[in-house]
Design a protein around this ligand. Structure first.
Ligand SMILES: [Zn+2]
Length: 424
């Protein structure tokens, strides 16, 4: 639901508070590695976040920035689970590091057995064992609360995959149909006499309501409906292409949804979070990485996800779908032309009502609302938003029923609150 907490300053530092799974190394770590202290610390922290069943160290490593025998052994053990070679070393942008970043996400994800059995801490197999390496690490000790949280995350993940995402896809498809007809109608503007009888007019009005488009401003309406249609189509395509098939325990490489069993401190209280334009962010970053430049310490794998926290479980199903679409809206932005969908106001906030048309066109919650209403209708949408607001303790002032036909901007004047980009 929230994003900017993680976006921080997009200048030099991309991640103000680095979360596990975001590691990009400057140098190598482990046996014969360069072992910069910061790099070693990052690896120790990440390894400690991996459950033993996925190659984690079992007994947590001391996070001291020193790549001693225990750390080297933990790397070796991790490699046995994930990569076809064993050199007790993690190098920048190589397979072990990619696997580690993914394993951290997987460990935080539902469905991982808590690695309580001895099998998880099995003997270290063949390979160049580091000098002085201790015996294989013991399995981790998870508290009952942790185990319960993992179980809940497993249920959440299964529910999202089997119930909520299919529902979101259907809803997004409905919104595509609405947006397509609205675009067709806007393309025929201005023609007010014919437009009144136009069968697509209601679709246009539905879109216009959420985005404050207006028949009297045909240029804006045309560009706006086209952009809305593009964005919602992109959501549908992403849902089809990127959800992937479930593999027990580990999310598939193309599964963009990750269910966390702990809420990261930086997003406390939020049901989900992602990166603005995360989909594009991944492609852009991969391109940059391949070009040999590392723009900050952020893993593409990390940007390329929508994370759902335990807070997600507290909401009503209708609102949970809303959250998924909302995050998806953030995620799909900015493929070309710098169009991202930010949080310029949530539907339960007064500032949402005060958003002007340009702001709505850049607001994730406006897209989530259109998708919801296109599929379920206004009454249910209003009810869902109300329930959501109450559950979040942010109710009861939910505003949904806007006047379908909005007054025009005064003729000949520009919208004084135009979004900084200057318009659609
Ligand atoms: Zn958001």
């Amino acid at each position: 639901m929230q994003l900017r907490v993680l976006m921080g300053d997009l200048g030099q530092t991309r991640v103000p508070c680095r979360l596990p799974g975001a590691v990009i190394l400057e140098g190598s770590v482990g046996y014969t590695g360069t072992n910069r202290k910061e790099d070693v610390l990052a690896i120790q922290e990440s390894l400690n976040s991996v459950v033993a069943a996925l190659g984690g160290p079992g007994e947590p490593l001391k996070e001291d920035g020193i790549a001693g025998p225990r750390t080297q052994n933990a790397i070796l053990r991790f490699q046995q689970h994930w990569v076809p070679y064993r050199d007790s070393k993690i190098e920048p942008d190589k397979a072990t590091l990619r696997a580690l970043n993914r394993a951290v996400g997987a460990s935080l994800t539902a469905g991982i057995p808590a690695a309580a059995g001895p099998s998880a801490g099995g003997a270290v197999a063949a390979g160049p064992a580091p000098v002085g390496a201790p015996k294989a690490a013991k399995p981790p000790v998870l508290s009952d609360a942790d185990k319960q949280a993992i179980m809940k995350a497993a249920i959440r993940h299964a529910t999202v995959r089997s119930v909520l995402l299919p529902a979101c896809y259907q809803a997004a498809l409905s919104a595509v149909r609405v947006a397509t007809r609205a675009t067709a109608y806007a393309g025929r503007l201005p023609s007010p006499t014919v437009a009144r009888e136009d069968p697509d007019r209601l679709k246009f009005l539905l879109v216009a309501k959420h985005f404050k488009l207006h028949e009297k401003d045909p240029g804006h309406a045309r560009t706006g409906t086209q952009k809305i249609e593009t964005m919602i189509r992109r959501m549908c395509i992403t849902l089809v292409n990127r959800v992937g098939k479930p593999i027990p325990g580990v999310p598939p490489a193309d599964d963009i949804f990750v269910s966390l069993w702990r809420t990261p401190q930086a997003v406390a209280g939020h049901p989900g979070y992602t990166w603005l334009g995360g989909l594009a962010e991944r492609h852009r970053m991969l391109g940059t990485l391949h070009g040999g430049e590392v723009p900050g310490k952020l893993s593409p794998d990390y940007a390329d996800r929508i994370y759902l926290t335990p807070e997600f479980d507290k909401s009503h199903d209708d609102y949970r779908s809303h959250v998924l679409v909302h995050e998806l809206a953030h995620f799909i932005g900015d493929m070309q032309g710098g169009w991202t969908l930010d949080d310029l106001g949530y539907t339960y906030e007064a500032r949402y009502r005060n958003n002007n048309s340009y702001q709505r066109l850049h607001n994730a919650d406006a897209f989530a609302s259109l998708v919801r209403e296109s599929h379920f209708g206004t009454t249910l949408a209003a009810k869902g938003a109300q329930i959501a607001a109450n559950l979040l303790g942010k109710g009861p002032n939910v505003h949904v029923a806007e006047t379908p036909v909005l007054p025009p901007f005064p003729s000949g004047t520009k919208d004084p609150f135009a979004y900084p980009s200057g318009g659609v």
